[in-house]
Design a protein around this ligand. Sequence first.
Ligand code: UTP
Length: 295
Amino acid sequence: MSFSNAIKPVRKAVFPVAGLGTRFLPATKVMPKEMLPLVDRPLIQHAIDEARDAGIEEFIFITGRAKEMLETHFDHQPELMETLEKRGKHDLLEKVKATALPEGSLFLTRQAKPLGLGHAIWCARKLVGNEPFAILLPDDVVLAKKGCLSQMIETYNEIGGNIVGVMDVPREQTASYGILDIKTDDGKLVDIKGLVEKPKPEDAPSTLSVIGRYILQPEVFDHLASFEKGAGGEIQITDAMAKLIGKQPFHGLRYEGQRYDCGSRLGFIEANIAFGMEDPEIGKQVRDLVKRFAA
Ligand code: UTP
């Protein structure tokens, strides 16, 4: 496939949710990691809301064994809604209603075995088709005034191509991330000349890392189809993205906001405190609580 210069709009978002969530065992033995609550919404709901705010129209889940709860969360629940209505719990009713997606906008496919993020994305190839698409990893949560994906789509609508959300990490942590090899950097937008998955600190070409937000062109599926195993013996999205560089524009965007790794216990606790402090109902109490702990 050759790359066309026309900027096609991003209408679809892929949510890979078929991972095992081993870092959260035993909590994730039965419950999907993406259903863990961040304040009062499960992680998957935060990701869907961010995508919806960014104008996404089609939501594609890559789900797997024992992950059914993720789709039922977005179902209508008439009995619950009736009960809340009868009891006059209108604010709760509004929160429940806000979980619903427009009918026919949620698409599901399954990854039979969790062979890696790249493989999960490849499973969405038929549902994405020949158009650009976003990927949101629900365990990466960004606290921001304007949603991270909205910021990325704004930039995409100006420059097109492929864009990943990026942040600086301490050098000793590069082995946990996909790391950028930088061509040029204006402080916000980075022109990328290479990508390396989980390099050792001494081998990392920079300390700028990819977070779980991507806008990619459909040609990435051609590279995913080779099922090449990368870091950790998994099929990595980073390796397929790296093959697009040089053929298509590829940028990193330093988004405004704070990212939390809710796939790790510490990141999850940190995120609950940060989001809790911003919560319109309990924010003040959470801030007081944090002060009490610090004292
Ligand atoms: P992670 O590597 O953070 O998730 O993948 P994991 O493998 O579930 O967690 P740990 O490391 O064992 O604790 C990021 C996202 O990609 C999905 C996960 O569900 C998560 O949302 N994923 C990962 C898949 O859908 N399939 C895979 O094969 C791997």
